[in-house]
Ligand binder design. Structure first.
Ligand code: GDP
Ligand code: MG
Length: 441
């Protein structure tokens, strides 16, 4: 699987850099060889890999590290920067009302992605409906029906109608007062004349704001050619790369997509309805390398929790109430190891913390809301005033141990401290953060 393989390759490189006694020319060459191998294995185009290593070589050897950065950090940063460049430029995806048409070949993941995307917009408060315009494959309408019911999204299908454009028209009429309309379409084995005509007619009727081409990551670099072909035909506004969890070729799919001139806007990383993410090269590379993907974590947390708390979390103003709320919503997002991975901490942690220890941590955290309930409002707002006798009282009141209470307080302090250390883009702080969390027991 691309993410895992690339991740372990890149993290080994970062480890190698961090563990080196000195970064000299020889070391840089060694690192570049490792990097080339990792990228080629992920199916990134050979020329691109050589270009990238040339640039990194120049930067690593000729450029002086920015003030405050060590040579090691400088090299890691150069790698990060250049990887981001080949994986796509930074752009903000606009999440706004409109009509979205998904197109692509057979089995690329269109229909399942329709549901994922619908869910994505639902979660952001939009009124979303689905229109199933795949009139070609017999079971397509039922698939839409099932997926839409799963996420409670209104949908329109017409099992009697063979003309996709007609179904689109009917769907448009039925859902004229919706914010976001997502249209599924049929595929073929290749972009043949029949599919081309069908898509052109669909486009004419729907007048979509977004035409997103769905390509599976396992086709690798072919994704670029495919995107160009579809782009010439209907003018795509973006690409969704699916099945990134299931192939080693994702690097090829993601980097080649750039060629087509349409950005990768979303990726899917699993079969579940929540396995869709906005594609942000910066975040993607951070996560692979393990710099810590705080942004992504915060976004997910935002989704799962009340917005005002996520805000506080960022602003470091949060008290114990917010802290426990935050932990609860983080638990909704995933297990501890997932959270730590997003923070980029799995590297130092992997050596120290076993999965058993992580689940013990999860168990402990389940007690936290009870502990909090036994505190007075004043204690929750000013945890500093909680002394030994208060700890004893709180433990008794919540049916926990004094150690449990102390641990909650210690974790709160650590996270608060950690938030202060994180200034966006500062790798140094990430190191501190890693140290902090490796003591998170
Ligand atoms: P369509 O023919 O383009 O509509 O493709 P479908 O949406 O029916 O998907 C084809 C298959 O790919 C289904 O079995 C999906 O569950 C699977 N699939 C789609 N996206 C992903 C993904 O991100 N990861 C994995 N592992 N499977 C996926
Ligand atoms: Mg389909």
């Amino acid at each position: 699987m691309v993410l895992e393989k690339m991740k372990s390759g890149l993290r080994k490189i970062v480890e190698k850099i961090q563990g080196a006694s000195k970064i000299d020319k020889e070391k840089v060459e060694e690192i570049l060889r490792d990097l080339q191998r990792t990228l080629l294995e992920a199916d990134v185009d050979v020329d691109l890999v050589f270009e990238l290593s040339e640039t990194i070589r120049k930067r690593a050897i000729k450029e002086k590290p920015k003030p405050g950065l060590t040579m090691k950090e400088h090299v890691i940063h150069a790698i990060y920067d250049e990887l981001v460049k080949i994986l796509g430029e930074e752009k903000k995806i606009e999440i706004k009302p409109g009509r979205i048409l998904l197109i692509g070949l057979f089995g690329s993941g269109k229909t399942t992605t329709v549901a994922k995307l619908a869910r994505f917009y639902q979660k952001r408060g939009f009124k979303v409906a689905i229109v199933g315009c795949d009139t070609f494959r017999p079971a397509a309408a039922e698939q839409i029906e099932q997926l839409a019911k799963n996420i409670n999204a209104p949908y329109y299908i017409n099992k009697e109608e063979k003309d996709a454009a007609k179904v689109a028209q009917e769907g448009l009429e039925k859902f004229h007062d919706y914010d976001v309309l997502i249209f599924d379409s049929s595929g073929r084995d290749a972009l043949d004349e029949e599919l081309a005509n069908e898509l052109k007619r669909l486009e004419k009727v729907i007048k979509p704001d977004e035409v997103l081409l769905v390509v599976p990551a396992d086709i690798g670099q072919v994704a670029g050619e495919q995107a160009s072909e579809f782009n010439k035909l209907v003018g795509i506004t973006g690409i969704i790369v699916t099945k990134l969890d299931a192939t080693a070729k994702g690097g090829g799919a993601l980097t080649s997509a750039k060629v087509a001139g349409a950005p990768v806007k979303f990726i899917t990383v699993g079969e579940k309805v929540d396995d869709l993410e906005i594609y942000d090269p910066r975040r993607f590379v951070s996560r692979l390398i393990g710099f810590g993907d705080l942004e992504s974590l915060l976004e997910k947390v935002k989704e799962a929790s009340k917005p005002e708390i996520a805000e506080k979390f960022i602003k470091e103003e949060f008290d114990l109430n917010d802290f426990v709320e935050q932990i609860k919503s983080v638990q909704k997002v995933g297990t501890m190891d997932k959270i730590l991975d997003m923070l980029g901490l799995s590297l130092p942690l992997a050596k120290k913390v076993s999965p058993e220890m992580l689940s013990v941590q999860e168990e402990k955290m389940k007690k936290w809301p009870h502990i909090l309930n036994s505190m007075t409002p004043e204690e929750r707002a000013n945890p500093e005033i909680i002394n030994a006798s208060r700890i004893r009282r709180i433990a008794r009141g919540s049916g926990t141990s004094e150690a449990d209470v102390r641990e909650l307080l210690a974790s709160y302090k650590k996270v608060k401290k950690m938030m202060k250390l994180i200034k966006p883009g500062r790798m140094k702080s990430m190191r501190h953060l890693a140290k902090l969390f490796s003591g998170f027991r």
